[in-house]
Structures are given as C-alpha cells and as structure tokens.
Write a protein that binds this ligand. Structure first.
Ligand code: ADP
Length: 527
C-alpha cells in the first residue's frame, strides 16, 4: 500500500511539472490563476511577455492591476468574477493595462475552478494580446472604406460628367451652326472658346475614372510624333491664340515614330501646351522639340513662364494638386491635367518629368516614349493593342450625295440643333423624340443614317436599333449610337446591339462630317 501511495505521489508530481511546463511554454497567452477574491496566485512567461510584470512582482496583487480606472470604477472586476462563478465562464474583449501604463487590446477568458466537492477554489484566467491583429483589422477596414469612398467618388464624377455632356451637346451644335451660317461676333467667340473649355473639363473628368479603373483603351498604331504635335497644337490653339503665344517647333517629320494612340498622345501634348500657355505671360514663346535616340523618343515642351517651385516638381503630377503661386493666375482647371498626362504616358510605357529652376524661370516638361523602330515584336499581351476603330474610317471616299439622316433624341433642343447642322451641310434630316415615333417615321423616310440616342422613353435606343435592322428597306442603314456614355463598355454594348458605331456627345463638327461621309455609297437620295 505504501509503495502504491508513493508511486501515485510521484506520478501526480510529474503530472504537475508537465502541466507547469506546458503552461510556461505558451508564450502567446497570459495564463494565470486567481484566488477566489481575485488575487493572482500563479503566472506564466506569456503573462510576463504581454503585461511586463514579473512573477515575483505580481503574485498576491489583485487582478484589477490590469484594468483601466474607468473599468474599476464601473465595478467590472467584481462583475466578471461573479459571472464566472455563477455560470462557469466569462469572456470579454477590451483594453487592458501593461506594467508601464500603456494599453493593449485583450481577449480575456475567466473560468471558475472548483474542487471535487464543487467548492470554488479560484479562477483560471487566459488573456491574449490582440493589439496587432486589431490594428491590422482597423487598417484593413480603413483601406476598404477609402477604396469604397474612392469608387463612390469615381462613380459620382462619371455621372456628373455624363449629366454635363447632355446640355453641352446642343450648345456646341448651336455654336457650330451659327458659324456655318457665317454669323461671327466677339460674343460668339467667347461662347465658342468657353464651351470648348467646358468640353475639355468634362472630358478630363471622364478620363479619371476610366484611368483609375483601368478601362481606358488605346488604339495603338505606328504614329510619327510630328503628326501628334500638329494635332496637339490644333487642340491647344484656342488658348495659344487667346494668349498670343508663339510656338517654336523643332520636330522632324520622320524618324520619331512611336507605337501609340494618336489621339491620346495629342491629348498629352495639348495638355502640356495648354499649361505652358496658361502659366506664361501673354505674348510668350513656347518651344516644342522632339528627337529620337537610344530606342527612345523624347518630346519636350518648354515655356518661359512663371516656373514651378522645386518642391512641387513631382507632386504636380498627382491629381488635384496645384502650385499655390500658380493658382492665383490660373485660368481655371481642376488640377487633373498632369495626372492624366502621366497616366496616359505610362500606359504608353513611357515617362514624363517636369523641370524648372523655380519661380519665374520657366518650365520644361519632357515626355519619353519607346521608339516604334526600336520595338522588337509588339507584345500581344499588352492588352491595349490594336483594337479595331469602328467602321467609320476616313478612307471612305467623299461624295456630294445628299444623305437622309434620322435623328432620334428625346431632347428636342439637341435633336433640332443637330438637324440644323446636318441641313446646313446639305443633307436631309428628320427628327423623332421616341422609339415608336422613330420607327413610324423611318418606314416612310427610309434614312441612310440613323443617329440614335440610347436613353429614350418607351423603347430604348438598343431596342429601336434592333427593330430598325429588321425593316426590309434597312439593309444599308448605318446605325450610330449617340450617347453621353463614352466608356468602352457602353461602346461594346452598342456594337453588340447592332449599331455600326458608338459616338459620345457632344458631337463635334468633324464627327458629324465623318458620319455623313461614311453614309456615302448607300442609297442615292430620291427626295
Ligand atoms: P491645372 O492646370 O488644371 O491646375 P494640371 O494638372 O495641368 O492642372 O497642373 C497642375 C499644376 O501644375 C498647375 O496648377 C500649376 O500649378 C502647375 N503647372 C503645370 N504646368 C505648368 C507650367 N508649364 N508652368 C508652371 N506651372 C505649371
């Protein structure tokens, strides 16, 4: 019997040692015992690591040592022990104190410990430090919230820009019509200039969500920078002329070819030219130069204007940033131009830098692009490569034949003005303001071209296009969607619905002419 008791005793003590070692080796958890009054009776290395208290300092103290004052005043410690004693367990996540007074975020489980007879002999307390995890979670939540806000902002901007386009379309058309009729006056010039400015602002606004969502499509082709420069100068002409600047051009006709989207590259340079014009005193000189070397084409736009503070040189490419000094003299702008420039250049696998010696010393912007001649094989995975650019290609021969053009738009102003422009160009327009009326009219009128707004009452533009295509007379009808939605998905949807092309409002003069040319060769006019 004695032998047996001794063996039991040894086994029991071995068990205790093993348990102690186990608890000691758990470094991530503070595991300790409280007596029934809440005083600390044992301590492990995890508890020391988390709280900073050593065993010899803490044993005998009340566990409220780890509780912030407000919890103690609220009677939290007593409550927790009472709950654990009553139902066996209490769990909480809250702020706790370390020895140095700093706080950590803890998950705490308190379990009642009873002997064989059910008498409460104390509490086991297991505490886990979740400060880091909480921080990570908070950061993730903040990031998600920021992303959501940014998406909401992009959506708002897209809707805003779309809404702004709708009233802009008839204004642009009205001005063009007035010009066609030979009406000329300083007032009209103001309206024309400011409208062009508005159209550009709206375009910029639309580009931002396109770029940030990676939805901007490039029509890549081999293009000489000389052509891009001349298109850019044309685009920037209103502000260049208004401020009486002289542009010195040093760009070779050949030898500076890049693989790029000619319109987007012209947009880049016209932005730089517009800025050079805006941020220079009138009657200034602006120099545009281009050269190819080492497989790269470098294009510089240099002005002798107000210059840029060195500290601002890199941040001006971030959206909505404007140099304070420049702002006072700003001719308006959203501070988006350069961020769009940088995104477009990067999409072309290039880079753009700004240089200036500071205030009053002028600025130079350099765009560097890979030369088309240095490119090995075009990377077919580059995503943006070679999208077909719609059926309306300029190579269609022009004739003087009169086209019958059906205009369907629920905005009477927009439809009327467009009709007048078409009429003034010598063609025959008819208007309808909803799908049903359009179908009726089309059966008699048998148009060569239908310019159809998508957002129509009763029957939308897609449905109308579907009906028109099934008409027996319509096998040569050119269907063009004219909408405020310029995003690629809207275009894809239009082409999918049977439209031959998709054109964004406001329609400019050149686009209208292009459409009328594309209608050529269909049916001769018999009106
Ligand atoms: P915006 O011209 O609409 O303000 P941008 O993104 O085109 O926006 O330009 C951002 C800022 O960079 C401008 O507000 C201006 O402070 C500065 N900046 C750009 N181009 C020039 C330049 N050629 N000379 C001086 N400052 C410039």
């Amino acid at each position: 019997m004695t032998e047996r008791a001794r063996t039991d005793d040894v086994l029991h003590r071995e068990g205790e040692i093993r348990l102690r070692l186990l608890i000691e080796s758990i470094h991530d958890y503070a595991i300790f015992m409280l007596d029934p009054d809440g005083r600390i009776a044992s301590w492990n290395s995890g508890a020391e690591r988390i709280t900073g208290w050593r065993e010899d300092e803490i044993v005998g103290r009340h566990f409220s040592t780890f509780y912030p004052d407000e919890d103690i005043r609220a009677g939290k410690c007593d409550l927790e022990l009472a709950v654990a004693a009553e139902i066996g367990r209490f769990e909480d996540e809250a702020s706790r104190l370390r020895k140095d007074g700093s706080r950590f975020w803890a998950n705490v489980v308190i379990s009642a410990v009873r002997d064989e007879s059910g008498r409460l002999i104390g509490f086991a307390k297991v505490t886990r430090d979740l400060t880091e995890r909480r921080q990570v979670e908070r950061e993730r939540a903040a990031r998600l919230a920021a992303e959501q806000a940014s998406r909401a902002k992009d959506e708002f901007i897209a809707v805003l820009a779309h809404e702004l386009r709708t009233p802009l379309a008839p204004i642009v058309n009205a001005v063009q019509l007035a010009r066609l009729r030979g009406y000329d006056s300083p007032e009209l010039e103001v309206v024309e200039r400011q409208t062009q400015h508005l159209v550009r602002l709206v375009e910029d606004l639309l580009d931002v969500p396109r770029i940030t969502r990676g939805k901007l499509e490039l029509n890549l082709e081999r293009v000489e920078i000389a052509q891009v420069v001349s298109q850019a100068i044309e685009m920037a002409a209103p502000v260049l002329e208004q401020r009486h600047h002289i542009v010195d051009i040093d760009v070779p006709r050949q030898g500076c070819a890049v693989m790029g989207d000619r319109f987007r590259l012209a947009q880049v340079l016209s932005n730089l030219l517009t800025n050079a014009a805006k941020y220079s005193e009138p009657h200034g000189r602006i120099a545009v130069a281009a050269a190819a070397a080492g497989g790269r084409v470098r294009i510089t736009v240099r002005d002798r204007g107000i210059g840029i503070e060195p500290a601002m040189l890199s941040s001006i490419f971030d959206g909505f940033v404007q140099d304070d000094g420049a702002r006072n003299r700003s001719m308006g702008g959203l501070g988006l131009g350069l961020s769009i420039v940088r995104s477009l250049v990067q999409l072309h696998r290039g880079r753009v830098v700004a240089r200036s010696q500071g205030r009053g010393t002028g600025s130079e912007f350099e765009v560097e692009l890979p030369s088309a001649d240095a490119e090995e094989v075009a990377d077919p995975g580059a995503g943006a490569a070679g999208r077909a650019s719609g059926v309306l290609s300029p190579e269609l021969t022009e004739t003087s034949a009169t086209r019958r053009v059906l205009i369907v738009d629920d905005s009477e102003d927009a439809a009327t003005l467009l009709a007048e422009v078409i009429l003034a160009l010598g063609h025959t327009p008819r208007m309808a303001h909803d799908g049903i009326a359009a179908l009726d009219l089309a059966r008699n009128f048998q148009p060569d071209i239908a310019l159809i707004d998508i957002e129509l009452p009763i029957m939308d533009g897609y449905q109308l296009a579907g009906h028109l295509r099934r008409e027996p007379w319509a096998h040569e009808l050119l269907l063009v969607a004219v909408t405020g939605h310029a995003e690629p998905s809207a275009r894809t949807r239009s082409l999918g619905a049977g439209f031959h092309d998709h054109i964004a409002k406001p329609l400019d003069f050149a686009t209208i002419q292009r459409i009328l040319r594309a209608g050529v060769g269909r049916r001769p006019d018999t009106d």
